[in-house]
Structure formats: structure tokens, C-alpha cells
Design a protein around this ligand. Structure first.
Ligand code: CTP
Length: 414
């Protein structure tokens, strides 16, 4: 619930603005007070009157209105809120936020605030994947702005891909995770007091300053596991390779590029109880990455690339010793002999569980929303039905909570 919480909702100009009306309704149902700021462009998609009727508060838009300033200055407007939510967060407002512009009331409030900010991006897929937007989102993330979505799907512009604004209920869940994580009753927080590290996404291994070795991992599964563990009360550090999805709310995200950096970030998290290695770590890196761009010259044979092994993060974290987490979970991505290879992998890596998933192109796991997995432990093999990656994450987190609730066993010795 969000009883007594005050949300300042900033509505920018995108077709998804109609969903913000529903968002206001849902937030108020959960006990939050909602005050709206609308941009000039936003007012072309929804009327201030609709926002006013649903929020039962006046709507702010004009920076220079004397009434606004006397009743509520832009500083006070942002300070009075517990959280600022930008929905829809268009490419334009994200760019203005990233460069610190204060060209209308909404952006001025965002610049003046000392409160957490959650943005729900909504834009055409090409705008979302454009290097300018990618850089702006990265800048804002590093400054602590939280993101929810966007989702994949069909868009108003007849294209398909990431760019659809998250649904109102998803935004409400993200707001609750940010504002009320401690309000879940203790019986729903079985992992309270446990510390977890989750690796997610691909790694990027530099060949030279402009080229790299990487893979297709989207990070969706690892990020969902981090969120699910946090929802059950764990203190989670998510170590993410370069991904196009948002940092989940309610936990700490550390951004890395290479496997070496990923391992260092895991070790820097200190003593942990749970490690889930869902990242698709590149097995190899360039033995000697070039300091400047490798140039081709007429008649030159293609250069050969000498590779060297990356550190195995899962195997490193699984090593026995006083620092070993109580539970180490790895993933196995296989295109054939899934279960047999995964059983073998569990033994080789020394981890407690392996979540084995089929990444043959027919299964559509990479980048898709669903996953078919098998959980391999010392007790045997469980076949889980095909389900959404979020549900795989919830089920896995639930199993982890069950395991760590049991009397402690020497898991590594099983
Ligand atoms: N892993 C890791 N560090 C590496 C390589 C892999 O932490 N350098 C982890 C992954 O996060 C995953 C598991 O190990 O949990 C996957 O093991 P890996 O040996 O890479 O297996 P696959 O990717 O399944 O492929 P392969 O067929 O090469 O064994």
C-alpha cells in the first residue's frame, strides 16, 4: 500500500499519456496522493482537466504563472513529494533531464528536486535504441534516476520492439518497491537479513577501443531474479553487463563491461549469503586488446586474434572457504543435451544449483519473455513448465528462501 505517500506525476507529450490517467486512479486506490505537472506537449495528449479530476488536485504547468509561484514554487512542488514519476518519459524529456535543462515547469522541478525520480520511458523503438537516447538513459541512471520499462510490443506507430510504456500496474509495483519495500509483512520477507549478488546480461570484451566480443544476452532473466530476491526481503546487489533494460527499483545496480570488472564487482560486494550467476559471461577475451583502433591497410591479411580465458565468476564464488555463500546458483545455456550437460556443469563449477535453459533458436529464450528451465540440484532434476521469465525468477527466489530457511547444511559437500 502507498498510504500517505505523495507522488508528483510529470506527464510529458507522448501517446502513452492516456495510460497516466489510469496510473493516477491506481495510485489513489492504493492510498497515495497524486499531484500532476504537465508539459506543454503533454497537454496535447491529455487535458489538464482530466488530470485534475482524477487527482482531485490542481494541475501545474506554467512556470511563470504568478499564482503558481505564490501558491507553490517549483522548489516546494518537488520537495513536497516523496517521489517524482515521469510517465510517459519521452525521448525529449529524457534528453532535457540528461542535459539539465530547465525550460519549462516540469524540467525545472526535475532539476530542483532532491527526491527519488522514476521514469517510465515511452517512445518509438528507433528513438529508444538511438545512441543519443541510450547515452541519455545511461547518464540519468548513473545519477540515480530509476527506470521502469519500456516493454516490447506493438506501438502506435505500427512498429514492434522496445518502447511501449510499462502498464500502470507495473509502474505502481515499481513505485511500491521504491517507497514501501519495508512495508511487506515479515512473513512475506523470508530473505530479510540475507545479502545476495546477482550477475546479469552479457559481458563486453574489448578487442580495441571500438570493437568487442559479446553475446545476445538481454539481462531480462537475471534482472528479474534480482527483483524477486529483493521483493522477498534480500539486500541485493545486481552486477549488470551492458543491457538495454532499466535498473530494477529497490536494489543496488553496479554497471560493468568486462568479465574482469564483473568479478571484481561481485567480490567487492563483500560477504554474501546468496550468489546467482545469470550473466552470459564471455568465455574468452582478447589476450592483448589494442590501445588504438586496429586499422586495415590495402593488401593486408586479416589480423589474427589471440584469445585468453576469462575468470570464471561462478566457479570463483563456488570455491569452498569461510567466505563461500550459503547458496550458489549458476545457469547453463545449452542447445543440446541440456540436462546431461547441466548436471556435469554443476559438478565442474562446484555450485549448488544449476538452472538449465534451452537457448536453441527454436526455444526463443534469448531476448524473449518466456523461458523453459530445469532446476538441477544434489537432489535431482526438476522440470519446470514454460513460463514468463518473471515467474521463473519468482519461483527460483521462493526456492532460495525455502532452502535458506532450512537448517544449514554443507551445501558444497553434497
Ligand atoms: N559463468 C561465469 N563466469 C564465466 C563463465 C560462465 O560466472 N567466465 C557462469 C554463468 O553466469 C553461468 C554459468 O557460469 O551461470 C554458465 O557456465 P558456462 O561454462 O559458461 O556454460 P555455458 O555458457 O552454458 O556454455 P558451455 O557450453 O561453454 O559450457
Amino acid at each position: 500500500m502507498l498510504n500517505g505517500k505523495r507522488i508528483l506525476l510529470i506527464v510529458a507529450g507522448g501517446i502513452a499519456a492516456f495510460k497516466s490517467l489510469e496510473l493516477i486512479r491506481r495510485l489513489r486506490e492504493r492510498g497515495a496522493a497524486v499531484r500532476c505537472v504537465i508539459t506543454d506537449a503533454g497537454a496535447r495528449f491529455v487535458t489538464p482537466l482530466s488530470l485534475q479530476a482524477l487527482s482531485e488536485d490542481r494541475v501545474y504547468s506554467d512556470m511563470f504563472s504568478l499564482t503558481d509561484e505564490s501558491e507553490m514554487g517549483h522548489i516546494q512542488l518537488s520537495r513536497d513529494a516523496d517521489l517524482l514519476v515521469v510517465a510517459p518519459a519521452t525521448a525529449n524529456i529524457l534528453a532535457r533531464m540528461a542535459t539539465g535543462m530547465a525550460d519549462e515547469l516540469a524540467t525545472t522541478v526535475l532539476l530542483a528536486t532532491d527526491k527519488p525520480v522514476l521514469a517510465a520511458p515511452a517512445m518509438n523503438v528507433r528513438m529508444w535504441t538511438h545512441a543519443a537516447t541510450v547515452a541519455n538513459v545511461e547518464t540519468l541512471r548513473r545519477r540515480g534516476v530509476h527506470f521502469i520499462g519500456p516493454n516490447d510490443g506493438a506501438m502506435a506507430c505500427n512498429e514492434f520492439g522496445p518502447g511501449r510504456m510499462s502498464e500502470p500496474e507495473e509502474i505502481v509495483a515499481a513505485i511500491e518497491a521504491m517507497l514501501a519495500p519495508a512495508e511487506r509483512p515479515p512473513q512475506e520477507r523470508p530473505l530479510a537479513g540475507k545479502r545476495a549478488v546477482v550477475t546479469s546480461g552479457p559481458t563486453r570484451e574489448a578487442i580495441d577501443p571500438v570493437r568487442y566480443i559479446s553475446n545476445h544476452s538481454s539481462g531480462k532473466q537475471g534482472h528479474a531474479i534480482a527483483s524477486a530476491l529483493a521483493a522477498l526481503g534480500a539486500d541485493v546487489t545486481l552486477v549488470s553487463g551492458p543491457v538495454a533494460i532499466a535498473d530494477p527499483p529497490g536494489l543496488r545496480t553496479v554497471h560493468v563491461d568486462s568479465a574482469d570488472q564483473m568479478l571484481a564487482a561481485c567480490l567487492a560486494a563483500g560477504r554474501i549469503d546468496i550468489a546467482v550467476c545469470a550473466a552470459a559471461v564471455a568465455d574468452w577475451k582478447a589476450a592483448r586488446p589494442a590501445g588504438s583502433k586496429i586499422k586495415k591497410k590495402a593488401g593486408m591479411a586479416p589480423p589474427s586474434l589471440e584469445l585468453t580465458a576469462n575468470p570464471d565468476i561462478l566457479a570463483t564464488l563456488s570455491k569452498s572457504g569461510p567466505q563461500r555463500p550459503a547458496l550458489v546458483v549458476g545457469f547453463a545455456a545449452e542447445t543440446e543435451n541440456l540436462v546431461a550437460n547441466a548436471i556435469d556443469k554443476r559438478q565442474r563449477k562446484g555450485c549448488d544449483w544449476i538452472v538449465a535453459n534451452d537457448v536453441s533458436s527454436a526455444a526463443g529464450t534469448f531476448g524473449g519473455e518466456r523461458n523453459t528451465v530445469h532446476l538441477i540440484s544434489a537432489e535431482g532434476v526438476e522440470d519446470w513448465p514454460t513460463m514468463a521469465k518473471d515467474d521463473v525468477a519468482l519461483r527460483l527466489a521462493g526456492r532460495i528462501a525455502l532452502q535458506l530457511g532450512r537448517p544449514r547444511r554443507a551445501a558444497a559437500a553434497e
